[in-house]
Ligand binder design. Structure first.
Ligand SMILES: [Zn+2]
Length: 511
């Protein structure tokens, strides 16, 4: 018997955790963080307590109540609970892409569960962990092992700095250098040092899994996004992950061709619920941002979401065309280096890295790995201050404090990212407004209307398919069963396709 259980992500944007099984053998499609659920309880400095392992997330139903998690994250009070939950034994997680709403809980899974992903996604996940541990669930490539405190077994402590790595299987092409990159922890003494325990990289084709799996590159707002088809004796299924068609339709036909042979289609529906959605492509974004940048006097700051390297390429092109140099953060340089390891190219060429005034002791990825393997050219605050017309700075709201050292007078802040969807995000814009006023920098991409940010069309393109694009894909695939996920409006599908199955979180359907 084959079955699908959607543990999470059925009725929210993100948090996908979809278990597909046949004959008691199965795989997860993504294992992401459900931010909507998490933000119902946590904010800023109110967080899950790592010393309690997975307790808080389990208690608050931020993660599903199943027996699948790392043993070293179970405190004494959680252990019997976990034993009482259904045992799920995935043989792999097939990751669609490296956004945290799709991978942000993988770090909680037993270390023996490998992750299948594109080489680019693997590189990004490893770089993310090297830059900073983003909590237990985000420790995907490797994590610090924990043990129960001898004085109180409901508390966990770390066993010195013993790291445990995870196995990856790359789907599609991969440069051999990636293998070296994923087993090397920055700061552990360079390439001759001891490699991370448990790390490994092999080709998807070499791995014996319960399904025949085919990966397909898709276009999304992060490089390395994949759709998958899965086939076994009893079932066949296609999963889109997050995708868009936009002005890059060339990748999708292969997936559609293969998906046509699948009886089940699991598809994302992010934009079906967003009213007044704007239809903008990356080409439009280039045109708008280029026109805005053309006559700017003073500094240009480009703000786009973290790890959106396609957008970075757009600003690199604009910088070249208007005779400025593109300046990125050391973090972004490290991501580009990581992606370069996966692709066998060097993607930091022609870029400058901002030499932030910071204590670099904790930045081994920068002072050791980048310095040794991918030396970058730095630019310092006073150089930008003396010649603000010479640069485009790629910085986000959280980097804005750097302006205190650069002290610009005038210029443009180009906001090239998604609208504020929450009150917290709106509050960030109020603060951004104060910063920009302080340095007389003109905002582009948003204005203020009655104290609330209002977003201007053309500066940002969504990473998700429009309703019309979804229709095209679904009609072309013509599945027997259609399961929408990653949406707040699954009724949109039900109205249009009678084969739609609305599955609730935690529900299992036979296929
Ligand atoms: Zn995504």
């Amino acid at each position: 018997m084959a079955a699908i259980t959607i543990y999470d992500g059925a009725e929210s944007i993100g948090g996908n955790k979809i278990y597909v099984e046949d004959n008691q053998r199965g795989v997860f499609l993504d294992f992401g963080m459900n931010y909507a659920r998490r933000s119902a309880f946590f904010v800023d400095f109110l967080n899950e307590r790592a010393v309690r392992g997975i307790h808080d997330m389990l208690y608050l139903d931020i993660i599903p109540r199943i027996n699948v998690y790392r043993q070293d994250l179970l405190t004494s009070d959680v252990e019997p609970l976990i034993k009482s939950y259904p045992k799920v034994s995935p043989e792999a997680v097939l990751l669609s892409h490296a956004h945290t709403d799709h991978n942000g809980n993988i770090g909680l899974l037993d270390h023996g569960i490998p992750v299948v992903a594109s080489a680019t996604s693997i590189a990004i996940m490893k770089a993310m962990r090297d830059i900073k541990s983003s909590g237990l669930g985000g420790d995907i490539a490797y994590s610090t092992l924990r043990e129960k405190d001898k004085n109180n077994s409901n508390l966990l402590k770390t066993e010195g700095s013993k790291y445990q790595g995870r196995q990856f299987c790359y789907a599609g092409k991969c440069n051999p250098e990636l293998s070296e990159f994923i087993s090397d922890k920055p700061g552990s003494g360079g390439r001759n040092a001891k490699k991370l325990d448990g790390c490994g990289l092999e080709a998807l084709g070499k791995k014996e899994l319960p399904f025949e799996i085919k990966p397909f590159e898709v276009n999304h707002s992060i490089y390395g996004a994949m759709a998958y088809t899965l086939r076994s004796n009893n079932t066949s299924l296609a999963y889109t992950g997050d995708f868009r068609i936009g002005d890059n339709a060339k990748q999708l036909p292969d997936f559609i061709k293969e998906a046509k042979n699948s009886s089940v289609l699991i598809i994302e529906g992010t934009r079906t619920g967003r009213s007044g959605d704007m239809d903008v492509t990356e080409t439009n974004v280039y045109d708008t941002c280029k026109a805005t940048s053309d006559d700017v006097k003073g500094i240009i700051i480009a703000d786009f979401s973290a790890r959106n390297f396609e957008r970075l390429e757009i600003f690199k092109r604009i910088a070249r065309e208007i005779g400025r140099q593109l300046v990125i953060t050391a973090k972004d340089a490290y991501y580009l280096y990581a992606i370069g390891c996966a692709a066998g190219t060097c993607s930091t060429d022609g870029l400058l890295v901002y030499d932030e005034l910071k204590d670099k002791k904790a930045c081994k990825y920068e002072t050791e790995t980048l310095a040794q393997d991918c030396p970058v050219e730095y630019v310092r605050n006073h150089e930008i201050k003396d010649n603000p017309d010479g640069y485009i700075l790629c910085m986000s709201f959280y980097d804005i404090k750097q302006l205190l050292d650069i002290e610009p007078r005038g210029g443009a802040y180009i906001y090239s990212s998604s609208e504020a969807y929450s009150e917290e995000q709106e509050i960030d814009f109020e603060k951004l407004k104060n910063w920009l006023e302080l340095f007389s920098i003109e905002p582009h991409g948003f204005t203020f209307d009655n104290g609330k940010p209002k977003f201007i069309k053309g500066f940002h393109a969504s990473g998700h398919a429009t309703g019309e694009e979804l229709e095209r894909v679904i009609d072309a695939v013509d599945p027997d069963v259609l399961i929408p996920v990653h949406t707040q409006n699954n009724g949109w599908f039900k109205e249009k396709w009678e084969q739609t199955r609305l599955v609730k979180n935690g529900e299992t359907i036979e296929i």
